[in-house]
Write a protein that binds this ligand. Structure first.
Ligand SMILES: Nc1ncnc2c1ncn2[C@@H]1O[C@H](COP(=O)(O)OP(=O)(O)OP(=O)(O)O)[C@@H](O)[C@H]1O
Length: 954
């Protein structure tokens, strides 16, 4: 692409970023560590080494830095290299070794030590050892000047190795193929021992074979060292000719403008580049430092598998008069967009911009003269019209001929029209491009998609630019856009681009009504579908709770959990009848879910007591077992199949059973603060949750667990392993984010409904802005559903749930206190020692029980060693016991009768329910629970193959 060929010079960018440190991750990190900090450490001698070694290393490095500073100033000055990138120690070693070999190989120095080394080097490589100093000098030069270019350095090193090997083979043939038997002198004058070993086996076939093989290998090694692909050889030869003869063939061609390579030169204004630079390029010298080399077709072939396929001007295109520069692709692109903007048609602008964006050069994009040609990647449309959600007539007749209408969508008000692009976005684009430019990162902002809370800006890198160079800038970007909540996605899933998510200074609220009226929400009438919110691209996100199948919602206080839970419950109330979905709500905070008290979808009053909540979870386990028994007895794998068969009349109870089999509704269990439950009964709660989550999917039972304390003692490993879908709102620490999502990210969210949604099966979390539903909307919906049906609660879910809490001072002693009361009242004898004996408790406990009895008015005050007066008559025992249990009054059979008749009046089938009141747990397992009112409601068609979540169009 032109963006790449015409990008800012890599060499210069690297050289200029020196000193910043954060401007890039050094190339050597691939080998030696993770970035600048590590690079800096690498220059420091390990502390455990003896001081003498540290001192020597320090001296060596000091000399290396001095020599390196000089070498970096030769020619094109690269002395502002980042200190963390330097590899002066290694470079100095190459240089010193080269000088040392040159002393005897080139300058004939004598002495025992040079003689020994000479024998080794010359005996190994023959006369090729004459080239070794040169090779080492080149390596040292590269290491001093381009230490960050590890790939380039490796390439040159490998090229030289092959060249040396091939050279010794050829030298062996040229030197007359001496053998070991002829003595070492002969080998030294040829290719040394290495040449002998390399060439003699091939020469045994035919003397021409090693010449051909090593000749070819030497040629290839030359191409590798100079980074010349085969296709670029003619150009290099032409460059050599030009250099030798002083003719500027390249310019002449460029003016004709009819070749691929020449087109590049037009784009890079290379037609006017000084000859000196082109000469450098030909010799492969400084190619990484030479701005004109960037993108030179084929130059990078050894380093980059993908060769740029930029569209050059067509062959034989219109000639450009000498002296007139052909417009670059980028300029053409910008002109196109300008023209489209002139038309005033947003579509034309978008079309042309889409076409043009890939062609915009960084220079064009960064130039203040040219406005950033950036459009939202996915143009955002207006919210769905507030048309009513279609009524689902087939599901609305409840058992007993009750007509139930779902709440009208008018109850949920439409949100504001989302904006595609605002001034705030333009300001951020300018700040981003400016930051990239300042740090010489060869990348460009190619587009953005504006979501309600954050906008994701897309950055494309030029060929050869490391992703880390952008990610390392995260703090600078935060600084530039004045936001601490910058999140970098590398890459954006499914795109070769880096995403930078930056909060909108002008954020928008996502109305639940809009989400539920969106296309995807309308496409299915599955009763468990909820409106989640909007993603970063502005698409509506809806999710099927039945497919999740269990969800963990976590986030710091005030991050938006309760609002999410409200949206979820309201979605269910808007879309499902009580026959389709029943709910158990646990709200230890006591305030969050009170608005839903009395909705007919509840099977028990909202549970606020954590102890009762733990019991309710155990009830859910029993309910699940009962459903499983039914599935097993009738041979079904999923409750949906069972329900289908029931509706088709294919499920017949045993002849002697009075049971009426009805479809099971989905059961949604919502816990608004898991931490409170885990505090009172961690083991029981965890056991129940794990059992439910492992099995409940097939039974149509789904859990939603919300917590503001996503620590490991609340969201234990076992719970996590079994709750596959996660919704993370802003967390207070990265640790919390890891607990919820197994990855960081949630700590960077900005609260107020900003969330990362990781549904089951998704590998990457999706950023969404949660749907928002106001209290008055909730009130309207709840009034509608309550106005049609009264809630019919089961007693056995959380028997004490609707009753008063036991007094704190009784604590865990309720059972024994009841026994003591019974004992004292029936015997009318208030003695502590009697309690000790009869209840088998210690003196201290018996004394405490007596104090409790006194505080409840059962006995009088202590009278020394005498027994206390008993103030309650045996006839009044029952109300006293009830009061101690926290009950208003003892439950009477009449209360049940009244409830049952009320249900009957509401035409709800209560047969199963009445039976359950008398059934023991054991019997229940056999008989199968039928707390539900009998429904014919789950529309199974909608479930096939549908994902747990999906994005809609707008
Ligand atoms: N989806 C949303 N859209 C807009 N604003 C929201 C959204 N969700 C939450 N907020 C804002 O954030 C505030 C706090 O949200 P919420 O009460 O849901 O937080 P929470 O996580 O439940 O906190 P806590 O744990 O203390 O109850 C809300 O009062 C509202 O102003």
């Amino acid at each position: 692409m032109a963006t790449r060929t015409t990008s800012a010079p890599r060499g210069s960018s690297n050289s200029k970023s020196g000193g910043s440190g954060s401007g890039r991750t050094p190339a050597k990190t691939g080998r030696s560590g993770t970035g600048t900090a590590r690079g800096k450490q690498a220059a420091v001698v390990e502390p455990q080494q003896p001081w003498i070694l540290r001192a020597l290393a320090g001296v060596w490095l000091g000399i290396g830095h001095v020599v390196g500073a000089g070498v970096r100033r030769i020619g094109h000055d690269v002395s502002d290299l980042d200190p963390a990138d330097r590899r002066d120690g290694a470079a100095l070693f190459n240089l010193a070794l080269g000088v040392f070999i040159a002393t005897f190989a080139w300058w004939g120095f004598k002495g025992w030590f040079p003689d020994v080394v000479y024998s080794i080097v010359n005996g190994t490589f023959g006369w090729v050892s004459l080239l070794l100093p040169l090779i080492l000098f080149v390596c040292a030069f590269r290491l001093f000047r381009q230490p960050w270019d590890s790939r380039g350095n490796n390439r040159v090193g490998i090229g030289f190795l092959i060249m040396t090997f091939a050279g010794t083979g050829l030298a062996h043939i040229i030197g007359g193929q001496p053998t070991v038997a002829d003595g070492f002198e002969g080998l030294r004058r040829a290719g040394g021992m290495l040449g002998f070993l390399a060439a003699s086996p091939l020469a045994a076939i035919h003397p021409a074979v090693p010449v051909i093989v090593y000749g070819a290998l030497a040629f290839v090694s030359l191409l590798i060292v100079t980074a010349t692909p085969f296709g670029a050889i003619p150009r290099r030869i032409r460059g050599a000719y030009e250099h030798l003869m002083g003719v500027d063939l390249v310019d002449a061609d460029a003016q004709r403008g009819d070749s691929h390579d020449r087109s590049y030169l037009y784009e890079n204004e290379a037609a006017v580049e000084p000859k000196k630079k082109r000469r450098k390029r030909f010799f492969g010298k400084d190619r990484d430092d030479d701005p004109t080399l960037e993108g030179y077709v084929g130059d990078e072939a050894f380093e980059h598998a993908i060769v740029d396929d930029d569209a050059p001007p067509a062959k034989g295109g219109p000639a450009v008069p000498p002296g007139v520069r052909r417009p670059t692709q980028a300029e053409i692109a910008v002109e196109k967009i300008k023209a489209a903007q002139g038309l005033g048609s947003p579509k034309a602008v978008a079309d042309n911009a889409t076409e043009a964006i890939p062609l915009v050069t960084p220079t064009a994009a960064l130039s203040p003269a040219v406005p950033p040609v950036i459009v939202p990647s996915a143009p955002v449309g207006p919210p769905p019209p507030p048309t009513p959600i279609p009524q689902r007539t087939e599901q609305l007749s409840l058992a007993g001929d009750v007509t139930y209408t779902l709440p009208s969508s008018d109850n949920l008000t439409p949100g504001s029209i989302p904006k595609e692009r605002t001034e705030a976005n333009d300001a951020v684009v300018a700040a981003l491009t400016d930051t990239l430019q300042q740090f010489n990162v060869d990348a460009t902002v190619t587009g953005f998609s504006r979501g309600p809370t954050v906008t994701r800006y897309e950055i494309e890198l030029a060929s050869g630019t490391k992703v880390e160079r952008v990610t390392a800038l995260s703090k600078n970007i935060s600084y530039a856009v004045a936001s601490s909540d910058v999140r970098i996605l590398s890459p954006i899933p499914g795109k070769s681009a880096i995403g930078i998510e930056i909060p909108n200074t002008d954020r928008e609220t996502v109305s639940l009504g809009d989400v539920l009226r969106s296309q995807n929400a309308r496409r299915t009438d599955h009763p468990m579908v909820m409106g989640v919110g909007k993603d970063v691209e502005g698409g509506y996100v809806v999710a099927n709770l039945a497919k999740m199948p269990h969800l963990l919602v976590a986030g710091a206080t005030g991050a938006g959990k309760s609002s999410f839970v409200n949206s979820m419950i309201t979605s269910i109330l808007m879309r499902a009848t009580p026959d389709e979905v029943r709910m158990v709500m646990v709200d230890p905070k006591r305030v969050e879910l009170t608005a839903y008290e009395g909705v007919p979808h509840l099977i028990t009053p909202i549970i606020t007591n954590p102890k009762k909540a733990a019991e309710a979870l155990q009830w859910v386990v029993r309910e699940m077992d009962a459903r499983y028994d039914d599935l097993a007895n009738y041979g079904f794998k999923h409750i949906d199949d069972f329900n289908k068969a029931v509706r088709a009349g294919k499920v017949v109870p045993p002849v002697d059973s009075k049971r009426i089999i009805k479809p099971y509704p989905y059961l949604l269990v919502i816990v608004d603060e898991l931490a409170d439950l885990m505090m009172v009964a961690p083991r029981d709660v965890e056991d129940s949750i794990v059992r439910i989550t492992q099995l409940a999917r097939a039974a149509g039972i789904h859990l939603v667990l919300a917590t503001q304390r996503p620590s490991v003692d609340v969201v234990t490993g076992l719970i996590k392993a079994n709750v596959p879908s996660r919704m993370a709102f802003a967390t207070s620490s990265v640790t919390d984010s890891r607990v919820v999502l197994d990855q960081p990210g949630a700590e960077k969210l900005i609260g107020q409904g900003d969330a990362l949604f990781l549904p089951m099966g998704a590998s990457k979390a999706m950023r969404v802005q949660g749907a928002w539903v106001t209290e008055s909307e909730i009130h309207r919906v709840v009034e509608h559903v309550k106005g049609q049906l009264k809630a019919v609660y089961r007693d056995d879910v959380a028997p004490e749930a609707q009753k008063k809490q036991i007094d704190d001072d009784i604590g865990d002693d309720l059972e024994v206190l009841l026994q003591a009361t019974e004992l004292v009242v029936t015997t009318q004898f208030g003695s502590t020692s009697m309690l000790q004996r009869k209840l088998r408790v210690g003196f201290a406990k018996a004394g405490r029980l007596m104090d409790l009895l006194e505080s409840r008015g059962v006995v009088g005050p202590s009278e020394g060693s005498k027994a206390r007066d008993v103030l309650v008559k045996p006839d009044d025992l029952a109300p006293v016991l009830a009061a101690m249990k926290g009950q208003e009054a003892p439950a009477t059979p009449d209360a049940h009768t009244a409830a049952l008749s009320e249900n009957a009046n509401a035409n709800i089938a209560v047969g199963g329910y009445a039976e359950d009141l008398v059934a023991t747990d054991l019997e229940r397992r056999k008989q199968v629970t039928e707390y539900h009112d009998g429904a014919d409601g789950i529309d199974d068609e909608d479930e096939g193959g549908e994902d747990a979540w999906s994005l809609t169009g707008r």
